[in-house]
Design a protein around this ligand. Structure first.
Ligand SMILES: C[S@@+](CC[C@H](N)C(=O)[O-])C[C@H]1O[C@@H](n2cnc3c(N)ncnc32)[C@H](O)[C@@H]1O
Length: 261
């Protein structure tokens, strides 16, 4: 707890929205969780890194790679991308000091703190309207885009924020959640380069005896648009919450899928 408090005051994010709405706190908690769950999360990170390696083979040219939701960077094959591409742009709302240290040896790697929904400033002051993101769409050098364990996370904090601070109803929150997911999909489809989506597609909860207790759709029931209907290239189970992590009687596994849009 003390360590996490120290991280909070020592991590300088320039993004005020990230601090105010709780994304910085969430990133610190995520990092602590990743360290506690090293064995199960490590396997997931290896799968993600391999998926990015395979995705880069599909890029016809290797000028710029854009990774959205890079966060901790544990799931990013940094050395590989830095060697393979002329420019590596890593995007997230928050980068902790640990991520800043990891990129230091690489001259062609940039960390960019940016809201990929381009809607949070408005949501923070109580307007539940979703913009269509446009950043980097005009950069013709982007040959590969990776959306990395991000899409299902986009609605979580904004919807909770609006319900808690602006008396937005559950139903309105649900609509906004769906809109955020859909807008991200449409944004990805608008790129000219190769686009790889790495995302959890299903969550399953178990009791302490290993019996399934719940199964849910982390995409808020949004179907990928039919024109994209991404073909799943690869998938794995991520033990996101081993028994004892949050609750002694509960665990959770997510099915993570890799697809190309
Ligand atoms: C599940 S984490 C994945 C991060 C990283 N790939 C990893 O596994 O450590 C989701 C990431 O999405 C980021 N994120 C959530 N909403 C965002 C937004 N609107 N814009 C940019 N990043 C966002 C969070 O800061 C977090 O780092």
């Amino acid at each position: 707890m003390l360590k996490e408090f120290w991280q909070y005051i020592s991590n300088s994010t320039e993004n005020l929205v990230a601090k105010k709405m709780g994304f910085l706190t969430e990133s610190i908690a995520m990092e602590a969780r990743a360290n506690r769950c090293q064995s199960s999360w490590g396997v997931h990170y290896q799968h993600c890194q391999k998926a990015i390696l395979s995705a880069s083979i599909r890029a016809v040219q290797k000028r710029t790679v854009l990774v959205l939701g890079a966060g901790s960077l544990y799931d990013v094959p940094l050395q590989f991308l830095s060697t393979e591409f002329e420019r590596v742009l890593l995007v997230d709302l928050v980068f902790l000091n640990s991520a800043r240290t990891l990129v230091q040896p690489f001259d062609n790697v940039e960390l960019i703190e940016h809201d990929v929904t381009e809607s949070l400033e408005r949501i923070m002051v109580g307007f539940p309207f979703v913009d269509t993101p446009a950043s980097w769409l005009d950069d013709p050098s982007i040959d590969l885009v990776i959306s990395l364990n991000l899409i299902t996370q986009l609605p979580l904090i904004p919807v909770r924020w609006l319900i808690e601070h602006f008396e937005v109803s559950e139903q309105e929150g649900d609509i906004l959640g769906k809109q955020l997911i859909l807008a991200h999909l449409l944004y990805l489809q608008a790129f000219n380069g190769e686009v790889c989506l790495i995302a959890d597609r299903e969550g399953v909860e178990f009791d302490s005896t290993g019996q399934e207790t719940d199964r849910f759709d982390p995409w808020w029931d949004v179907e990928p648009p039919s024109i994209a209907h991404p073909k799943v290239e690869h998938c794995w189970q991520w033990e996101v919450m081993p028994v004892g992590e949050v609750n002694r009687h509960k665990s959770q596994k997510n099915r993570v899928e890799v697809s190309f849009l």
